[in-house]
Design a binder for this molecule. Structure first.
Ligand code: 0L1
Ligand code: MG
Length: 267
């Protein structure tokens, strides 16, 4: 992925303010490329980096990263051929079994993911799946609540990257396991909403192996001049399709070998 940028510093600050407003006050905005049709992926990451800088300056703690658009199905749906990454903070985390408010979200949708917690620094640009597994303290099942801030889901990769990969909330749960004791390619996952199965998949949907997605993330970080520190929490990308949720919905994600993660949604 090229990190070439075209926007001026003023434009990056302007777009960051637009995204920050939409995220923190939960309203939809038009995709950024309507106004900046020549925006690049690098410009999207420049906006995302400025957003991260602002949140950290406001006291949010940066705890890790997420890989997004890591399944062929999602890439096809979006018409893109590269995954994306976004940052995760402590303010986005929600406890397992908790009530999650949708009043401060625009278009909440849930997807099942394997999360990794690292215990060694990972450095790109040639990071491999094997290095990721070697640097993983444990994996755990997780649900990401994504929330695209773009009106009518009309977006493109540049806009999604600037919107921090639609990151909004995440919930970890189940059992923490050493990945050496599991076959991470073949984990089956079922998502239920209000007692009905709404999505299912196998972890190989994520670039063939979820650790590949973490390696890809480390390699994108290298292009941004960054590394993945030990102690990072990393969401490796949706195994199932994203399912819309609304107040009153109860969601449970059941992962083979890893246990389940549940939550309910309220106003
Ligand atoms: O987590 C992800 O796969 C990011 C999805 C970004 C696009 C969307 O909001 O559907
Ligand atoms: Mg995701």
């Amino acid at each position: 992925m090229s990190m070439e940028t075209t926007l001026t510093r003023e434009d990056i600050v302007r777009l960051t303010e637009r995204i920050e407003g939409a995220q923190t006050r939960a309203y939809a905005i038009p995709k950024l490329t309507n106004e900046y049709p020549n925006m690049t992926h690098g410009d999207g990451y420049a906006v995302q980096t400025e957003l991260r800088r602002r949140f950290i300056a406001q006291g949010h703690r940066h705890v890790g990263w997420k890989a997004g658009l890591t399944s062929k199905a999602k890439m096809q749906q979006m018409g893109v051929n590269v995954p994306s990454i976004g940052f995760l903070t402590d303010r986005m985390a929600r406890p397992e079994n908790s009530a999650i408010s949708t009043g401060d979200l625009v278009h909440p949708r849930v997807e099942c993911e394997v999360a990794f917690v690292t215990n060694k620094t990972l450095i790109g640009p040639n990071c491999t799946k094997e290095e990721v597994l070697e640097a993983t303290d444990y994996v755990l099942p997780a649900v990401e609540i994504i929330d695209s801030r773009f009106s009518g889901f009309k977006f493109d990769l540049e806009s999604v990257i600037a919107d921090n990969g639609s990151s909004a909330r995440y919930v970890g749960g189940g059992r923490a396991r050493d990945p050496k004791d599991l076959d991470l390619r073949t984990l089956g996952v079922v998502m239920e909403k209000n007692g009905e199965m709404v999505a299912m998949g196998a972890s190989a949907a994520v670039l063939g192996h979820p650790a590949e997605a973490v390696a890809m993330l480390v390699n994108i970080l290298a292009e941004m001049g960054e590394t993945l520190p030990a102690g990072s929490f990393v969401m490796s990308g949706g195994i199932t399709e994203a399912i819309a949720v609304q107040p009153g919905d109860n969601v449970i994600a059941r992962f083979q070998e890893l246990g389940s993660v549940s939550m309910r949604f309220v106003e």
